[in-house]
Design a protein around this ligand. Structure first.
Ligand code: BES
Ligand code: ZN
Ligand code: ZN
Length: 478
């Protein structure tokens, strides 16, 4: 489906269906008020009404503000793509809401159909967005175009990340993820370096290699780079790319293993962000690093009791092979810091079930040393319409990672605070100079949904993409 920005007001756009957003206040002056009220539509939260005569679809919003519009448009786009209309149109509801409105359309009409043999493509081909507000007032045309184009890029990049997350583990092994990254680099003129298992050996990335050892599919590290002329800042992103997490010898129970194709969502977010920043031409240099590995069982699997030699020289006692993401990230974080001098370092990972327990399934846990950076991220997430919550480090939890035989244990020796101890494990692989510039994003909760919520249908959500792009935009302005 194409989103097309028109210059005229909504009334003069030629489209099969008109979509209207109404609050209880604007319902009062709507020409079809009485028929809507007869149908029980009071513009209460979540209400919609399809008036086939006159071809108008109305949806309630609590207020004309970005979050409400994004969600309402996502629900509307999903619902009307099931009808027979080939085109739809909608007015603007203020310049400040234009991006969210378009994001809602693109995110809400997303459907993953790769494995459906009878997938029927949606009849809705074009969604026109007007050049003026619903009340007829004019808008700055250039600013509107920038907002709409940016929103299409951002939401499409989010859908790209969703597609990757949704791809089944047999169709997306580490080498496949590397091919996707290479294709993205070719299409968007990015730098791209792929490290196979031999190159990883040369880099002494034994922690990552040990996680990968029992898999028939060899690991890859991916380094994509977007370097515009005279960048105002340099940012490194690191993504956990477990194309499947069986738990390894500390095998997951069968019900927990289902959905573990999503354990590559951090990597997919990084690729989605790379796509977005390069298409938005942001004036920030962005390096995306991905550790792509499959965590399996087998005769040569790494074991609880093994001690691993990480790239940065630290030794790690393995006490649970299901705490594998942090081992992969340890080496990739180390590589990223040694090879790119960055102003900021962010990592994205479906790292712990404990983060989902702590914050619920809708919220990303952010962890790191800098309060200022956390506040900047709060602001970015709020603008992007994603949820984040900070979980604080403390010295008592740090002690829980002590190992009697190695420098650090890969799991905590207490059963609580698992999201924080995982992040504090990663902290062992952050250099002193980068401590204040680093933030860890645990996306285990929001990266994947089996029930759908907000702008997210079943499956991968692209969590982290929108917040990070908002954050990079903020950093670009600083
Ligand atoms: N990939 C999982 C974390 C996860 C759990 C992501 C649920 C999404 C939903 C991770 O590798 C893992 O298994 N973590 C363990 C850590 C534990 C062994 C310390 C966990 O959370 O149970
Ligand atoms: Zn695991
Ligand atoms: Zn995992």
């Amino acid at each position: 489906m194409l989103v097309k920005l028109e210059t005229q007001p909504v009334e003069s756009i030629d489209a099969a269906l008109t979509v209207t957003l109404l609050t209880p206040e604007t319902l009062a002056s709507h020409p079809k008020k009485s028929v809507l009220e007869q149908a029980g539509f009071e513009a209460k939260e979540g209400q919609t009404c399809m008036l086939h005569e006159g071809a108008e679809y109305v949806a309630a919003v609590t207020a004309f503000e970005p979050d409400a519009l994004r969600d309402a448009m996502a629900a509307a786009a999903k619902s009307i793509s099931g009808f027979a209309y080939e085109s739809a149109k909608i007015a603007q509801y203020g310049l400040e809401n234009a991006a969210a409105l378009v994001e809602g359309i693109v995110l809400g009409s997303y459907k993953y159909t790769r494995y459906k043999s009878d997938a029927k493509p949606s009849k809705l081909k074009t969604f026109y967005v007007a050049g003026a507000n619903y009340d007829g007032s004019a808008l700055d045309a250039d600013a509107l175009k920038t907002a709409v184009d940016g929103a299409v890029i951002l939401a499409t990049a989010t859908n790209f990340a969703r597609d990757l997350v949704n791809t089944t583990p047999d169709d997306m092994v580490p080498a496949d993820l590397a091919i996707i990254a290479q294709d993205l680099a070719d299409a968007n003129d990015l730098g791209c370096e792929i490290f196979d298992e031999h190159a990883l050996e040369e880099e002494k990335m034994q922690a990552m290699l040990m996680v990968a050892r029992a898999s028939a599919h060899k690991p890859r590290m991916i380094h994509l780079s977007y370097v515009p002329e005279n960048p105002v800042a340099t940012v490194s992103l690191v993504g956990k790319g477990l194309t499947y997490d069986s738990g390894g010898l500390s095998l997951k129970p069968s019900t927990s293993m289902v959905t573990m194709k999503m354990d590559k969502a951090g990597a997919c977010a990084v690729l989605g962000i790379m796509k977005a920043v390069s298409e938005l031409n942001l004036p920030v240099a962005v390096h995306g690093f991905v550790g792509a590995v499959e965590n399996m069982i087998g005769g040569n699997a790494y074991k609880p009791d093994d001690v691993l030699f990480a790239r940065n020289g630290k030794t790690i006692e393995v006490r649970n092979t299901d705490a594998e993401g942090r081992l992969v990230l340890a080496d990739v974080l180390s590589y990223a810091q040694d090879n790119v001098e960055a102003d900021y370092l962010f990592d994205y990972a479906t790292l712990t079930g404990a983060c989902v327990v702590a914050l619920g399934p809708y919220t990303t846990g952010i962890m790191g040393h800098s309060s200022a950076l956390k506040h900047t991220i709060y602001g970015a997430a709020e603008r992007a319409g994603e949820l984040v919550g900070a979980l604080p480090f403390n010295p008592h939890l740090k002690k829980a990672l002590k190992s009697e035989i190695a420098d650090v244990s890969n799991i905590s020796n207490i059963p609580y605070g698992g999201a924080i101890t995982a992040a504090m494990f990663l902290d062992h692989f952050i250099t002193d100079g980068m401590k204040e510039k680093w933030m860890h994003f645990d996306i285990a909760g929001p990266a994947y949904t089996e029930s759908g919520w907000g702008v997210n249908p079943h499956g991968g959500t692209g969590a982290g993409v929108r917040t990070t792009v908002a954050l990079l935009r903020t950093l670009a302005e600083k």
